[in-house]
Design a protein around this ligand. Structure first.
Ligand code: NAG
Ligand code: NAG
Ligand code: NAG
Ligand code: NAG
Ligand code: NAG
Length: 633
């Protein structure tokens, strides 16, 4: 504060007094069990949206629809690993321009509840923590471990100065900031860590901002997740007894506003399980019950969006459970940003408690069924390693993890040769918990089958000494919630043949996205590839969008599992043979009207006899199947 400003405050007698009602402030009122905004009692009705799951050209549309639903605020996570891509290397451009996103929220008249982590969960890869933290294998995540704290502090020193001028009392629209996330659900229960974060947030954001925590209503989690100096809030879904749930908050926070920081409007999907859904009437009723109590509510999610590229996380519940590409969440605004019946039910409830903004809800964006598109095989993956791994392989006696190779996402090929003749079927196997997460096995470049984390970890093989053996290892997303271990990827143990460890590996970390973003393979010479449809291979094709490039959904009928790019944009993983998700959302903003749109598919197991894609005007979310992990059906 400059001297003239200080003089004004002194003249107005404002120093040493409580915030004057006319001053811009956002505070807790313990006497009246509410928030106070500019001195007046206040409660918020908020919804979650994750800018990293929404294409930037759609940000304004989604935020406007949230505003028109009657929300006073949006709740926003900042995924650390989306921004600090390598230690000390930051990206705040394009879809990662969090400040531009916050500018839009302010422009639309929405307040912001910011959740900058450093851990966020969010079913996001590694809960938002950068995988490079695991380059130090002994690091202990989410604790006072010095290596972890040093990385956290250096990130917070980059992020929080961007946030500070946007705080409400500084003239911005951020009313509160969450520290960590559901920390009580983590095994460590390290108060020293929470105290350290409190100190860093205070040092970088100042003493005035309202800092809070969020935990489930379980006493054990509230015990480990809360700390003096951080306002404790809870999260629970529509199935809960509202009185009991807020009773849990009251046991740790006897006075102050009731807050449900994550009221679940729907739920996430796992590959191989039925599509989750939550009834609109049920969600609306629970919301009404909470608003009647005067509580402040954030709906998680109000708009879920999409786990593009490699950003989906995973859970661990007795086994590894990767999350689907769609993060539709059965939320009030669909994956493609369209108002649903649930949105209107919620809006009706909100209108009983506060006035809705004047004007109509913007309509659903148009979708287009572009129909069938034929693809052709470009090349087997093993025949283009020179393009995908231009620096060449790394030699190693024994397998190295993705982390040891400094490979964050995607794929690594482990190549060796059979050390002896195997005339009779021998067991190719990996020790328990060493396939992370899927290994596509090729012998003499022929696909043999897939080794799976917590699934099939052996295959029978035959061959001759010197035959080539390649394992294409896929990272399906790091665990984002609750686990006690760091989720290393790749081949974590020695692969063995009849229990004798294999050695002498050539390891190829693949930079597939770098190649595809540069136009490969469309810009490359055609390859004369084998006609086989089995095994990891690239397929290409093009299609044109007449007139305007509308949003669409692409189905991969008869394909097994892989990834799909259009014009170099990674639309995420498909797993048609497992489900439940059967279509990938294609935002119109990645398409080019009037030009051929370049499609690239990496199929990992088995393409259909005629490689076709089908572009639809609606998503398909709920068809599960059993996949074969064997090369022959
Ligand atoms: C965490 O893992 C360690 C080592 O495997 C084990 O001893 C401990 O019981 C685990 N803790 C929890 C809470 O699962
Ligand atoms: C909710 O819990 C309270 C306190 O345990 C109980 O009195 C009430 O009957 C419950 N309400 C419902 C609808 O179950
Ligand atoms: C999804 O499909 C399963 C199995 O067919 C069914 O039980 C479930 O009700 C469906 N869920 C939705 C949301 O349609
Ligand atoms: C692989 O085997 C070698 C030799 O037996 C051993 O030194 C090494 O620790 C093993 N690697 C792993 C990850 O188990
Ligand atoms: C598709 O690939 C062709 C060939 O490299 C290139 O000329 C064209 O610009 C690409 N189209 C788009 C929309 O990226």
């Amino acid at each position: 504060m400059g001297l003239p400003a200080l003089g004004l405050l002194l003249a107005a007698g404002l120093l040493h007094t409580q915030a004057s009602p006319s001053e811009r402030s956002f505070q807790l009122d313990y006497d009246h069990n509410c928030f106070r905004k500019d001195g007046a009692p206040f409660r918020y009705i908020s919804g979650s949206i994750h800018y990293a799951r929404v294409p930037r050209p759609a940000w304004r549309d989604r935020l406007l629809k949230m505003y028109m639903s009657g929300l006073s605020a949006v709740q926003v996570y900042v995924p650390w690993n989306y921004h600090e891509t390598l230690p000390g290397v930051y990206d705040f451009t394009g879809n990662r321009d969090v400040e531009a996103f916050l500018d839009l929220t302010a422009e639309l008249g929405l307040l912001v509840i910011l959740r900058p982590g450093p851990y966020i969960c969010a079913e996001w890869e590694m809960g938002g923590l950068p995988a490079w933290l695991l380059w130090k294998p002994d690091i202990i995540l989410r604790t006072s471990n010095p290596a972890y704290l040093a990385a956290v502090d250096s990130w917070l020193h980059v992020l929080l100065p961007k946030i500070k001028p946007r705080l409400y009392h500084q003239g911005g629209n951020i009313i509160s900031v969450q520290v960590e996330n559901e920390y009580g659900s983590y095994y460590a229960c390290d108060y020293g860590y929470l105290r350290h974060l409190l100190g860093s947030f205070r040092a970088l954001l100042g003493s005035e901002v309202l800092l809070f925590t969020t935990d489930s209503t379980r006493a054990e989690e509230l015990r480990c997740g809360t700390l003096q100096g951080l306002y404790a809030t809870v999260d629970f879904g529509p199935g809960s007894n509202v009185t009991e749930a807020f009773g849990a908050q009251r046991r740790v926070e006897p006075k102050g506003p009731l807050v449900n920081s994550e009221y679940y409007t729907g739920w996430l999907d796992y590959w191989g399980e039925a599509h989750a859904s939550t009834s609109a009437a049920w969600v609306a009723q629970g919301l009404e019950d909470m608003l009647q109590l005067g509580a402040s509510i954030n709906m998680y999610m109000f708009h879920g969006g999409t786990n593009f590229a490699y950003w989906s996380g995973a859970d661990y519940k007795g086994q590894y459970k990767p999350v689907t590409t769609s993060y539709d969440y059965d939320a009030p605004l669909s994956e493609a940003g369209d108002p649903t019946e649930k949105l209107f039910a919620i809006r009706t409830v909100i209108s009983k408690f506060q006035p809705l903004p004047a004007g109509p809800m913007p309509p659903a964006t148009p979708k287009y069924a572009y129909g069938w598109v034929a693809l052709r095989k470009y090349a087997d993956l093993l025949d283009v390693l020179d393009v995908l791994c231009p620096s060449g392989p790394i030699q190693s006696q024994f397998p190295l993890t993705f982390e040891a190779l400094k490979q964050v996402h995607g794929f690594v090929v482990y190549h060796t040769q059979l050390p002896w003749d195997v005339p009779d079927p021998a067991t190719l196997g990996a020790p328990p918990h060493s396939i992370c997460d899927r290994g596509y096995v090729m012998l003499q470049k022929e696909y043999q089958g897939t080794l799976e984390r917590d699934g099939q970890t052996t295959l029978q093989v035959t061959g001759k000494a010197g035959d080539t053996l390649d394992i294409l290892m896929e990272n399906m997303g790091r665990i984002s919630f609750g686990a006690n271990t760091s989720d290393f990827k790749g081949l974590l143990g020695n692969l063995s043949l009849n229990s004798r460890p294999l050695s002498n590996w050539l390891i190829y970390p693949l930079a597939i996205d770098t190649a595809v973003q540069q136009g490969w393979p469309h810009a490359a010479l055609p390859k004369s590839s084998s006609g086989g449809r089995v095994g990891a291979a690239f397929y290409t094709g093009t299609f044109e969008t007449p007139g305007i490039a509308w949003d669409t959904f692409v189905k991969l009928p008869g394909w097994s599992k892989g990834l799909l790019w259009i014009n170099g944009f990674n639309l995420g993983r498909y797993w048609s043979c497992r489900g439940p998700q059967q279509t990938l959302f294609v935002p119109g903003s990645v398409l080019h009207a009037g030009h051929p749109n370049n499609i690239t598919v990496l199929e990992l197991e088995r393409a259909p006899p005629t490689p076709l894609l089908l572009f639809l005007d609606r998503p398909l979310y709920n068809r599960t199947f059993g996949c074969s992990t064997m090369a022959t059906e």
